[in-house]
Every structure is written in C-alpha cells, then in structure tokens.
Design a protein around this ligand. Structure first.
Ligand SMILES: *[C@@H]1O[C@H](CO)[C@@H](O)[C@H](O)[C@H]1NC(C)=O
Ligand SMILES: *[C@@H]1O[C@H](CO)[C@@H](O)[C@H](O)[C@H]1NC(C)=O
Ligand SMILES: *[C@@H]1O[C@H](CO)[C@@H](O)[C@H](O)[C@H]1NC(C)=O
Length: 221
C-alpha cells in the first residue's frame, strides 16, 4: 500500500541544548557535558513532498498565522470539490498558542489538536472537559484531541464518544522538550495509516512517553 504523504505547515525550530553538571553561576565558566540539537517537528512525519502531493495526502497546520492558514485551508476545500472523495486531501490543525486570533482555526481541519494551555484559557481543567466543551467549535464530522501531560489524552470524534488514553510515563523523565509535537506527529501518522481514534490516541501517548525518557528523538519509534 502506498503511504499517505503528509505536508506540515508551521514553525521548525532548532533548539540547542547544553547539558551541564550544575546550575551555572553567573560569570563562571561551565564545562558542558553534552550538546543536543532538537528539531521540531520530529522526523516521524516524513515526506512533505509539496510538488506532487495530491492523492492520498494530508496537511497538518500548526497554528501560527491564522489569516494566512485559513486562506490555505480554503484552497484545500476548493481543491477537494474538484476531485472524487478518495483523492480529497484531509487536514489537521493545532491550536497550541493562547492567541485569540488562532481560535478561528478550530472550525477548520478534520482533526484539531488543542493544547492544555488553550483549554485552560477557555476555563477547562482537564482533557475530557476540554474536548466536550470545545467540540462544538469544530466543523461537522471533525475530531478534537487534547493531550494533558501525565494525565494522558482525550479525544472526541463525530460519534460524540469520549476516548481516553492514559500516559505512558517512562521510568525516568529526562527530557520533555518536543513531547507535544511528538504526540501530534504520532497520532497523525497512526490516523493516516487508517488506525482507529482510540488506537491512534494510545500510539500518540506511547511515543510521546518514550520521547520523555530519552534525550532528543533517537529511537522513539
Ligand atoms: C489512496 O487511498 C485509496 C483508499 O485508501 C486507495 O484506494 C488508492 O489506491 C490510494 N491511491 C494512491 C495513489 O495511493
Ligand atoms: C501573517 O502573514 C501575513 C503575510 O505574510 C502578514 O502580513 C501578517 O502580519 C501575519 N500575521 C501574523 C499574526 O503573524
Ligand atoms: C477535503 O475532503 C476530505 C475528504 O472528503 C474531507 O474530510 C475534508 O474535510 C476536506 N477538507 C477541506 C479543507 O475541505
């Protein structure tokens, strides 16, 4: 079976992390033990082939610039209307930053990821509360997903059933930077391979949990 291609739109950031023995004192020299470069979005979302990406594709938008991203999503909508259902492009969006302008993105995307921070600004203090409370903002038929660190993640699809996965915490948490992006990437990968929502949610929690137990992203899938 040909794999679905996934185009990611968002910010790629390079974090350079120096691991040191002690919290550095001001004006002191500190020998660093190790450097690590992290590039988010992690590589498990692969092949963003823009040129030919029409059939069996999916587009993921990390909410950064709502007005521009809405224009892009509307182009996808127009494109979808020109092709048979099997060739339509599915979309997902992430509403992570607490910027009201980005809240417009809730009603785009077949799959919407909402962060714990955004959920809290809407007055929700758990993932199940957040997915139930925010689901009405989505377009009909869409799925809302909210991860809540060590509480795992919850989701709701068009059937209105709440789906939950516990977190898979590693024995020792060593590095959580990029865990959220890892979760999103793993869920999208699983859904694009045709996994059910509960299976995709569990897979997302497993991969994100594994990520927290290692420095960087080596060997997480
Ligand atoms: C795209 O997916 C559909 C349904 O999953 C499949 O029938 C079709 O062969 C796929 N097309 C390509 C180009 O992979
Ligand atoms: C979004 O992008 C447009 C076009 O590049 C730019 O004019 C606008 O200032 C951006 N808005 C935000 C909120 O970054
Ligand atoms: C494009 O079509 C797919 C498949 O029918 C649908 O799930 C999706 O919502 C459409 N995307 C947009 C942006 O209209």
């Amino acid at each position: 079976m040909e794999e679905k291609r996934i185009l990611c739109i968002g910010l790629v950031c390079l974090d350079i992390i120096s691991v040191v023995d002690n919290y550095p004192e001001e004006d002191s020299d500190t020998r660093h033990l190790r450097s690590q470069r992290l590039s988010v979005i992690p590589g498990i979302i692969s092949n963003p082939d823009i040129s030919g990406c029409v059939t069996n594709s999916s587009i993921f938008s990390q909410g950064r610039n709502a007005s521009e991203q809405i224009k892009m999503l509307q182009l996808v909508e127009k494109y979808n209307q020109t092709c048979p259902p099997s060739e339509r492009v599915t979309t997902s969006v992430e509403v992570e930053k607490t910027r009201p302008q980005l809240y417009q993105l809730f009603c785009y995307g077949d799959v919407v990821f909402v962060s714990k921070d955004v959920a809290k600004t809407f007055g929700f203090y758990s993932a199940p509360e957040a997915v139930k409370g925010l689901y009405g903002r989505l377009k009909p038929g869409a799925t809302l997903i909210c991860a809540w660190a060590e509480c795992g993640a919850d989701a709701m699809g068009p059937d209105g059933l709440l789906v939950h996965s516990d977190a898979f915490s590693p024995e020792t948490v060593v590095d959580t930077l990029g865990a959220g992006d890892t979760f999103n990437a793993a869920v999208i990968l699983a859904l694009s391979k045709g996994k059910t929502l509960p299976a995709a949610l569990t897979y997302g929690c497993q991969v994100a949990g594994r990520k927290c137990g290692v420095h960087g992203y080596d060997g997480i899938v």
